[in-house]
Design a binder for this molecule. Structure first.
Ligand code: GLY
Ligand code: MN
Ligand code: MN
Length: 429
């Protein structure tokens, strides 16, 4: 990758940040990468650094105690803290494309002296106790900077597309290993990491790798060593990074024969089709929450057509049936954090309480579309005991329970006309 678009990314950020600083009456901005964090205070090991996202928006260098300083009309400064340490070293950046966008300054320890900007300074940090001088984390300025993260520059799109391609290499490897037969969740997780060339600690989020009924646990990361043979399911929700940008992809598979496995496999096919129908509805101007609502009507129809649901689409969507099968939101913004900021200007309606996105769809946004259908005892139990129980065929549910559930998740770039599905594009390359 050449990252030729990076200079333009920085130019756009500089211009928009200058406007935000002016509006909120600051003369300079200091973005801190963050200090190394102890894993626990009884030992001296630290976590791999996960830099403050506002810093990563500018700079892909992953080093503790680095700072980006932004001042109107000036080239941004990148301050690196270099200390003598024969115990540890930072992971080198994967490319050198970013250095020349900055005046690079090296300091011994801490941001001090003539490196510090004067005037009214805003400091954005996750270590408020050890921040350089200035107003720490001013919320209105942070809100304005968060907005800048919602519309991606060409550079960010390039990184997200590459992060998606890298994840798809892992997804292909894990699918192959699962379909070969007897295997544990731990081995599958490690297969994914090896193929996508990532350490667990630096993946954009911890891989969700579940077999069988574990697929019903939405964020399952308790990889068991138990080898599982025979007909079963696998849900893998795993991404990869390019520079600071992460992808977030889910696929679900069935293995083996028998009536139940075949029925579950057909259900995966149906949910996959439904997911693409949702993606086809995306266009600028549509409120994201409308897509989420439409997803529940589509899911109601799917439940009826596959024999899991009874009654009308309206009943299943309004009486909490679809929400027991699909409790989470349809998706979220992607960027330098996997659940990126700026696209929840208001809370969702109460029945959509886990929805992370309530903004209006605009060209340049990148978000996930990730419908699911799960057999979660904690949600289906109360449904079965309540008035809406007659809207479900419980025998059909019980047959599929051992397969846990399904999620299909793609990463979508919105364009003025239509979308670019970064995930399907990578899978079909
Ligand atoms: N991987 C977490 C999510 O899909 O939101
Ligand atoms: Mn997601
Ligand atoms: Mn995911």
């Amino acid at each position: 990758m050449s990252y030729e678009t990076y200079a333009e990314h920085i130019a756009q950020l500089q211009q928009a940040t200058e406007a935000a600083l002016g509006k909120h009456e600051f003369e300079a901005l200091v973005l801190c990468s963050g200090a190394a964090q102890l894993k626990n205070r009884f030992d001296d090991q630290t976590w791999p650094l996960s830099p403050t996202p506002t810093y990563s928006h500018w700079c892909p260098l992953v080093e503790p105690d680095a700072y980006v300083i932004v001042r109107p009309g000036k080239k941004p400064t990148l301050v690196r803290t270099v200390v003598d340490d024969f115990w540890e070293t930072a992971v080198p950046p994967e490319s050198d494309h970013f250095w020349e966008a900055f005046d690079v300054v090296t300091v011994g320890a801490g941001l001090a002296g003539d490196v510090l900007p004067g005037g009214k300074v805003a400091v954005i940090t996750r270590d408020a106790g050890q921040a350089p001088p200035g107003e720490v984390n001013p919320s209105e300025l942070i809100g304005a900077l968060d907005q800048l993260r919602t519309i991606k520059t060409a550079y960010e799109i390039e990184c997200l597309a590459e992060a998606t391609r890298r994840a798809v290499i892992g997804h292909r490897a894990i699918e192959k290993r699962f379909l070969e037969g007897e295997v544990s969740e731990l081995e599958l997780h490690l297969t994914y990491l090896l193929a996508s060339e990532q350490d667990d600690a630096v993946a954009p989020y911890k891989n969700i790798v579940a077999l069988g009924e574990h697929c019903a646990v939405l964020h399952y990361v308790a990889y068991q060593k138990l080898k599982v043979a025979g007909p079963t399911s696998m849900l893998v929700d795993a991404g990869a990074k390019c520079q600071s940008y992460g992808s977030d992809i889910t696929r679900t598979y069935a293995r083996g024969d028998g009536a139940a496995a075949n029925r579950f496999r057909a259900l995966i096919g149906r949910l996959d089709e439904m997911q693409q129908q949702i993606v086809a509805l995306i266009k600028p101007g549509v409120p994201y929450e409308d897509l989420h609502d439409e997803t529940h009507r589509m899911l109601a129809k799917l439940l009826i057509e596959t024999g899991l649901g009874k009654g009308s689409v309206d009943e299943l969507a309004t009486r909490g049936v679809t929400r027991a099968f699909l409790p989470h939101g349809l998706g979220h913004s992607l960027g330098v954090t996997v659940h990126d900021v700026g696209m929840k200007p208001r809370p969702p309606r109460p029945e959509n309480k886990f929805l992370r996105t309530t903004s209006t769809i605009e060209a340049g946004q990148v978000f996930t579309i990730e419908p699911g259908l799960y057999f979660i005892e904690g949600l289906l139990g109360p449904l079965r005991a309540g008035d809406a129980s007659t809207l479900v065929d419980w025998k059909a549910v019980d047959e599929l329970r051992p397969f846990g559930g399904i999620r299909i998740e793609d990463n979508i770039l919105v364009r003025a006309a239509g979308v670019r599905n970064l995930t399907r594009e990578a899978f079909s390359a």
